[in-house]
Write a protein that binds this ligand. Structure first.
Ligand SMILES: Nc1ncnc2c1ncn2[C@@H]1O[C@H](COP(=O)(O)OP(=O)(O)O)[C@@H](O)[C@H]1O
Ligand SMILES: O=P(O)(O)OC[C@H](O)CO
Length: 515
C-alpha cells in the first residue's frame, strides 16, 4: 500500500485480528489510519459434515507471520518499530482450544464457533433441570454455538482431554486466551486471561458480575478444582495481557483484547447506547449498544458484553448472530466453482435482474438469531429449469440481508426503538449490490465507512486507551469519519415486505432436516 501522510509526532498501535478465515496484523497511526497490513488465510478443516476445526498452532504462527510482515512494510516507510506503543488482540469468538498447561501444547484442533458436532449433547442438556434459566444469567441460549458444549464434547470424546482434566492440567480458552498465552511464551510466563466480551461467549460468565458463576459451571457438571478457567480482566489493561515474547515486536505490551464483534462496535465508535453496527464477515453479527446494564432478549437475540474499559465505560449489547454470511459466498467459490473469487459474486448476481424465484436458506450450521433452529440445514427453494447461476448468487447474498431484517425486527421489539441507520463493515460489505439490497429490505440507510478494518481498529483503540495513545473516547471523535457511503432504500416497503414473507416461509420449510 502507498504510504499515508503521517500526523506530527505520530505514535502507532498494532492490532492482531484473528478471524475465522484469515489473520491480519494492522498498524494504525494515532489518527486511526491504516499504515501497514499483512494478512494470511489459513486452513479450514472439515473432518465430517457439520464439523469445523482450526489447527491452534497454525493460528499462532499465522499471527506471528502477520506481525513480521506488517512490521517489515511499516519500516520500509521509514518508521521504526519502537514507535509502536502497544498491541491489541481481536478474535473469532466461541472457538474453543484446549491444551496441557504443563507442556503448553494443544490437545485437539480448535473447535470453531460454526461447528455443530455437539448437537445431540445440546439436545440432552435442554432436558436438564434449570436449562431454561441459563440465558438470564449468561445471555446466551443453549445451543452448539457457545464454547460450553464444545468443551463438554471434547471431555466426552477425546481421552487425552479427559485425562488432562482428571489430573488437573487441562487449560481451556477461547482464541484470545490461547493467543495471549502462546504469544507470551506459553509455560514460560503462564498468562492465562480473557476479557469479558470473549468470556461472555462461553456460558460460564455471569453478565452482572463479569466473573464466572459457580452455579453455571456446576450446571455443566464441570469441577473447578480440576479446571481452572482463564482470569477475566478488562478489555483494556496495561499489564494483564503481558507482552510479545517473540516476533519483530518482542517486548511490546499487549494492552487490549476484544471479541471481534465487540471490536467492530468499538471501531465504529458505538460507545453510546442506541448505536449499532452490522459486520458481514464469515458470519454476520449485529450489535446494538444497550448501555451499562444487560438487556435479556425475549425475541431470539443474545445479550453480551460490548466492552469493559473500566467503571463508567462498561457497556452491554443486544446481538443478532447470523452463522453464515461471507462463508456462503466462499461456498459458491470453493465448493461449487460458481465464480473465481468472492469479490466477483456481485458481478455474477448482476447478470440477472432478480432471484428468479429462488430462495436460499443458508442454514449450514442450523439457523442462529433470531430463529435458533438447530435442525435446519442449507436448503434451496424454487429451482426450475429457468434457474441460472446468477439467480442462486443473488439468493445467496439476499439470505444474509433477510436475516439481518429479521434481527432488526427483533431488536425493535426488545428495545422499543427502531434504528434510523445501520453502520456496516466486514468483507461482504465491499459489495455495493449487497449493501443496496440490505437497505432496500430494511427500509433505512446503510452507512459504510471508507476504512473497513473496523474490527482491527477496535482492538487498536482498546490497546491505545490503556497506554495513553488516546486518553478518552472524545479524542477519537475524528477517527474513521471520512469517505463514508450511504445506501438509501430504493424500493417500496410493500415490495420489501412481500419478499420478506417469502423468506420467512422458506425458513419455516427448512426446519427438521437434521433431526
Ligand atoms: N466483494 C465481496 N462480495 C461478497 N463477499 C465478499 C466480498 N469480499 C469478501 N467477501 C466475503 O467476506 C468474508 C471475509 O470477510 P472478513 O471480514 O475478512 O471475515 P473474517 O473476519 O470472518 O475472516 C469471506 O467469507 C468472503 O467470502
Ligand atoms: O469471523 P467472523 O468475523 O465472522 O466472526 C466470528 C464471530 O466472532 C463468531 O461469533
Amino acid at each position: 500500500m502507498s504510504p499515508v501522510a503521517q500526523p506530527v509526532n505520530p505514535t502507532f498501535v498494532g492490532a492482531i485480528d484473528q478471524g475465522t478465515t484469515s489473520t491480519r496484523f494492522i498498524i494504525f497511526n494515532n489518527r486511526g489510519e491504516v499504515v501497514a497490513v499483512h494478512q494470511i488465510e489459513f486452513e479450514q478443516i472439515y473432518p465430517n459434515p457439520g464439523w469445523h476445526e482450526h489447527n491452534p498452532e497454525e493460528l499462532v504462527s499465522s499471527v506471528e507471520q502477520c506481525i513480521d510482515g506488517a512490521v517489515e512494510a511499516f519500516e520500509k516507510q521509514g518508521h521504526s518499530r519502537d514507535q509502536i506503543k502497544a498491541v491489541g488482540i481481536t478474535n473469532q469468538r466461541e472457538t474453543t482450544v484446549v491444551w496441557d498447561k504443563t507442556t503448553g501444547k494443544a490437545l485437539h484442533n480448535a473447535i470453531v464457533w460454526t461447528d455443530t458436532r455437539s448437537q445431540d449433547l445440546v439436545r440432552k442438556l435442554k432436558h436438564r433441570l434449570g436449562a431454561k434459566e441459563l440465558t438470564e444469567r449468561c445471555g446466551l441460549p443453549l445451543s452448539t454455538y457457545p464454547s460450553a458444549s464444545k468443551l463438554l464434547w471434547l471431555l466426552e470424546n477425546v481421552p487425552e482431554v479427559k485425562a488432562a482434566y482428571d489430573s488437573g492440567v487441562l487449560a481451556f480458552g477461547t482464541v484470545d486466551t490461547w493467543l495471549a498465552y502462546k504469544l507470551n511464551g506459553a509455560t514460560a510466563r503462564e498468562i492465562y486471561v480473557s476479557d469479558p466480551s470473549n468470556a461472555s461467549r462461553t456460558m460460564f460468565m455471569n453478565l452482572q458480575t463479569l466473573d464466572y458463576d459457580d452455579e453455571l459451571v456446576d450446571w455443566f457438571r464441570l469441577d473447578r478444582e480440576k479446571i481452572k478457567l482463564p482470569k477475566i480482566v478488562r478489555s483494556s489493561d496495561p499489564e494483564a495481557y503481558g507482552s510479545l515474547a517473540s516476533t519483530s515486536l518482542k517486548g511490546i505490551k499487549i494492552t487490549g483484547c476484544l471479541g471481534d464483534q465487540s471490536a467492530a462496535l468499538v471501531g465504529q465508535k458505538g460507545f453510546t447506547p442506541g448505536q449499532a453496527k452490522n459486520t458481514y464477515g464469515t458470519g454476520c453479527f449485529l450489535l446494538y449498544n444497550v448501555g451499562d446494564k444487560p438487556v435479556i432478549s425475549t425475541h431470539g437475540l443474545l445479550s453480551t458484553v460490548a466492552f469493559d474499559f473500566g467503571p463508567g465505560k462498561r457497556m452491554y449489547a443486544l446481538e443478532g448472530s447470523i452463522a453464515v454470511a461471507g462463508s456462503s459466498v466462499k461456498f459458491l467459490v470453493d465448493n461449487l466453482g460458481f465464480i473465481e473469487s468472492s469479490s466477483k459474486l456481485s458481478t455474477l448476481a448482476e447478470t440477472v435482474e432478480d432471484n428468479g424465484g429462488v430462495t436460499f436458506v443458508t442454514a449450514f450450521s442450523g439457523l442462529f438469531a433470531p430463529y435458533w433452529i438447530d435442525d435446519a440445514r442449507g436448503t434451496l427453494f424454487g429451482i426450475t429449469a429457468y434457474t441460472q447461476r446468477g439467480h442462486i448468487a443473488r439468493a445467496t447474498l439476499e439470505a444474509t440481508c433477510f436475516q439481518t431484517k429479521a434481527i432488526l425486527d427483533s431488536m425493535a421489539k426488545d428495545s422499543g426503538k427502531s434504528l434510523a441507520e445501520l453502520a456496516v463493515d466486514g468483507g461482504m460489505c465491499n459489495s455495493d449490490l449487497i449493501m443496496q439490497t440490505q437497505s432496500d429490505l430494511i427500509g433505512i440507510p446503510v452507512n459504510r465507512p471508507a476504512m473497513r478494518e473496523t474490527t482491527a481498529l477496535g482492538a487498536a483503540i482498546a490497546a491505545g486507551l490503556a497506554v495513553g495513545v488516546w486518553s478518552d473516547f472524545k479524542e477519537l471523535d475524528d477517527v474513521n469519519i471520512d469517505g463514508r457511503t450511504l445506501f438509501k432504500p430504493q424500493i417500496d416497503a410493500a415490495v420489501a415486505d412481500k419478499r420478506f414473507e417469502r423468506w420467512e416461509k422458506a425458513v419455516e420449510m427448512s426446519k427438521g432436516w437434521a433431526s
